[in-house]
Design a protein around this ligand. Structure first.
Ligand code: ZN
Length: 281
């Protein structure tokens, strides 16, 4: 998970923009009348999110003047499609540096995920803080996941910056072709509930499946150059170069797949002495 900064968009501005896009005067008025409520919802959500306390949100069937059915319709038919809300969506999506999904750190963040699922917490369907840019795969894997405990909450890129400690690791399997295996290995000094939460996050998003593909492709791209490094600088020179790549990646993103993959290559005696020289199918 890559921490990102949330956009400064007022919940009320989303309602206001949607109300200007809707032809039906009754629904448009309902959106305007809901504005005082949206301000309170935004403040309350932010307070709870800062404590990673998303569990206390209560499912509702009605939000002020608007029913869940009306809210869902407004999100799908107006918020996502209207020219008046285009800038809001673009501002949220561009919170993710270089357009990379903050969850997997690999695919392009082309979708918006409701951190608390829209099907259950429909009153939060238009709340900017509840909309996280992410890739289609991560969005699909999380789906309408509803945590029942602190540990089951997936990491939130806006609020869980204190989870930006090294926990993503990889190892190399001595196979042909070479396979990278990714694991969530948080430091044991961490509180148990935080360790379990990281492990749950890793499994929920099937990160091993996604990241091993990216790591294998990266090795394919750099293999010729790495083999030449071994020829000119020896096994120790190759190891040093791989550690430098891991260090450089860690400076950029501590839990990136690149940090883990280069470290795995540098740490593997089998890779340095044999794997790098084997012909890949
Ligand atoms: Zn993703």
């Amino acid at each position: 998970m890559r921490p990102i900064n949330k956009a400064s968009i007022a919940h009320s501005d989303v309602y206001s923009a949607c109300s200007k896009s809707i032809r039906d005067q009754t629904t448009s008025r309902k959106l305007i009348n809901n504005i005082p409520l949206t301000e309170k919802t935004q403040v309350d959500y932010d307070k709870l999110a800062k404590k990673s306390n998303f569990l206390t949100h209560v499912k509702t069937n009605q939000y002020g003047n608007l029913s869940n059915v009306e809210l869902t319709k407004i999100y799908r038919n107006t918020f996502i499609k209207s020219a008046k809300t285009k800038d809001i969506i673009s501002t949220i999506k561009t919170r993710s540096p270089h357009g990379i999904c903050p969850i997997c750190g690999a695919n392009a963040a082309k979708t918006l995920d409701h951190y608390l699922p829209e099907s259950i917490y429909t009153h939060l369907i238009l709340l900017p803080e509840n909309l996280i840019p992410c890739c289609g795969d991560c969005n699909k894997y999380k789906s309408s996941h509803t945590p029942k405990s602190y540990e089951q909450q997936t990491l939130n890129p806006y609020y869980d910056h204190h989870y930006n400690i090294r926990w993503l690791h990889a190892s190399i399997l001595p196979t042909k072709p070479i396979v990278f295996s990714f694991k969530a290995l948080p430091p044991l000094s961490l509180e148990e509930k935080r360790i379990i939460r990281i492990e749950h996050h890793f499994k929920k998003f099937k990160l091993d499946d996604t990241l091993s593909i990216f790591a294998s492709n990266e090795l394919g791209t750099r293999k010729y150059e790495l083999k030449n490094t071994k020829i000119t600088s020896g096994a120790d020179g190759l190891r040093k170069s791989l550690y430098e790549s891991a260090e450089s990646a860690a400076h950029h993103q501590i839990n990136s797949w690149q940090t883990a993959a280069y470290e795995a290559m540098a740490m593997s005696d089998w890779f340095i002495h044999h794997g790098i020289d084997q012909e890949e199918p």
